[in-house]
Ligand binder design. Structure first.
Ligand SMILES: *Cc1c(COP(=O)(O)O)cnc(C)c1O
Length: 392
């Protein structure tokens, strides 16, 4: 079966009633026939039938051994980090998601787990940064917002040689565009809040692991820390996944159209989109991704925060909001919004400019999206007196 068919038909019909929509089992506990004799469910923190459907879907799409659903992407990451112990080191992609940067630096560092941030798009730097204490390599590919791509297969070989777990945050691609486990990763993470749920109405996180040993550890962490996804949020996520193929196809083709158009606009300096041949890591993306995703970032020739804010305040269809992956187009100014907690020197080191604007391209008509950006960018050339009010 092709993926579009596999995806829909990995969502089961309810055996008990024939319900074609997955039932929401809104219950905390399950009645047992005799102590330990039950229908496979005891308490919803440990296991819940609605959540289990979602966990099986993501496991099947990522071709892993077991899946787990959490209350958020961050809760999923927290559960994976708790596979480590004090004294262990983690090598993380340099321009990791802002929340992950903070979690590694300001939470797990206090528990004696040190994070070492490395430009993993460069294999030599990965090799050079491995120490005897490195226990985990943490990748995001592509990263956000500058969309750097790391070679998952090559890094997985290094990880195996050094007995290091390879974790890939696959939020930006979803399993439809990239499958890290067949490429050699041990663990895949998703903020399902983004493309998987896809309608900006749920916060959810998913983990898929490739062995029984890891599955047992993760199941323990999920149950004991207890940051599980509720049955209703699990249902919303399943419902979102049903249309993932359609949404993502449209979003990727819209993103390519927008990125191509932006590249030719006189006010635009750099365009970051791995689908453009001019992108630094295009050759790696072409090798390991089916399409190039729907995040597009760009910087302005006049590289300053004021100009970027002028643009994000002027678009009409692109709504100014944090997060991405929904059906409606959104935009973000990372330096003052999603990435404001990242120290400026680290931000600059990863190539994130003051004027960088991140677009989450939705499913609208590409021409309308381009016209919206055009009217916003064209206003940059107005004389100073005619500018719209600028937030400070
Ligand atoms: C949003 C995001 C997270 C965090 O997920 P939440 O669902 O917001 O907790 C982690 N990684 C990446 C790449 C993200 O974009």
């Amino acid at each position: 079966m092709k993926i579009a068919t596999q995806l829909l038909h990995s969502i089961p019909v309810d055996e008990l009633t024939g319900a074609i929509s997955v039932p929401i089992y809104q219950t905390s506990t399950f009645v047992q026939e005799s102590p330990g004799i039950n229908k496979g469910f005891e308490f919803s923190r440990a296991n819940n039938p609605t959540r289990k459907v979602l966990e099986n879907i993501i496991c099947s799409l990522e071709e892993g051994h077991a899946g787990f659903a959490f209350a958020s992407g961050m809760a999923a990451i927290d559960a994976v980090m708790k596979l480590l112990k004090s004294g262990d080191e983690i090598m993380a992609v340099e321009d990791t998601y802002g929340g992950i940067f903070q979690m590694f630096q300001h939470m797990f560092e206090r528990f004696g787990i040190k994070a070492n941030f490395v430009d993993t798009s460069n294999i030599d730097k990965v090799l050079a940064a491995i120490t005897p204490n490195t226990k985990m390599i943490w990748l995001e590919s592509p990263t956000n917002p500058t969309l750097r791509v790391s070679d998952i297969k090559s890094i997985s070989k290094i990880a195996k040689q050094h007995n290091v777990l390879l974790v890939v945050d696959n939020t930006l691609c979803t399993p439809l565009l990239q499958q890290p486990i067949p490429l050699g990763a041990d663990i895949v993470i998703h903020s399902a809040t983004k493309y998987l749920a896809g309608h900006t109405d749920v916060i959810a996180g998913l983990v898929v692991v490739n062995t029984k040993t890891l599955a047992d550890q993760l199941r323990f962490n999920q149950n004991i820390s207890g940051s599980i996804l509720s049955p209703f949020e699990a249902w919303l996520t399943i419902r979102g996944i049903e249309t993932l193929c359609l949404r993502l196809d449209k979003q990727c083709s819209n993103a390519m159209a927008v990125a191509t158009w932006l590249s030719a606009h006189p006010a635009v300096d750099k365009v970051f989109y791995p689908g453009l041949a001019s992108h630094k890591n295009h050759h790696i993306a072409r090798k390991q991704q089916k399409q190039y995703g729907a995040l597009v970032s760009f910087s302005l020739k006049n590289d300053n925060i004021k100009n970027a804010i002028r643009v994000v305040n002027t678009t009409r269809l692109f709504k100014l909001a944090e997060s991405f992956g929904g059906v409606k187009s959104m935009l973000d100014h990372p330096a003052t919004m999603t990435h404001r907690n990242i120290p400026e020197d680290h931000r600059k080191k990863t190539g994130l400019q003051d004027s960088c604007i991140r677009l989450s391209v939705g499913i609208e008509d590409a021409e309308d999206l381009i016209n919206d950006l055009k009217q916003a960018l064209d206003k940059l050339n107005l004389p100073a007196g005619k500018q719209i009010t600028v937030l400070q």
